[in-house]
Write a protein that binds this ligand. Structure first.
Ligand SMILES: [Cu+2]
Length: 116
């Protein structure tokens, strides 16, 4: 009797572990300086969990605003600071990001999301 219960639990474990696609993580670091982002072209796949780090290696404060279908997301970092945001990669497409501070208009980039 006991081995039957063990077999059922084992079968359940096998079935449950196969459920759902594994969540992929994409870690991206964008370095901000005066007045650019590097890299300014970044990539992710649809459904990835994106961890985007803004690493400020400049002498001024910077921010990074990315225009996603779910709304604009923003992080900011003073000089020497790293800031991180996480979001699920949206449907395939290109999504602009930029620094909104006055005089920082040259700081722009694009996230390209493609099918895995
Ligand atoms: Cu800036």
């Amino acid at each position: 009797m006991r081995w039957i219960l063990s077999m059922i639990l084992l079968a359940l474990a096998v079935i449950l572990s196969g459920c759902g696609a594994p969540l992929r993580e994409t870690h991206i670091t964008v370095v901000a300086t005066e007045m650019s982002f590097s890299p300014d072209k970044i990539e992710a796949h649809v459904g990835d969990q994106v961890f985007l780090t803004l690493s400020n290696k400049g002498k001024l404060a910077h921010n990074l605003i990315i225009l996603l279908p779910s709304g604009d997301r923003e992080i900011s970092a003073t000089d020497g600071v790293d800031a991180v945001m996480a979001f699920p990669a949206p449907k395939a497409g290109t999504y602009r990001f930029y620094c909104s501070l006055l005089g920082h208009e040259a700081m722009q980039g694009v996230l390209t999301v493609s099918e895995p």
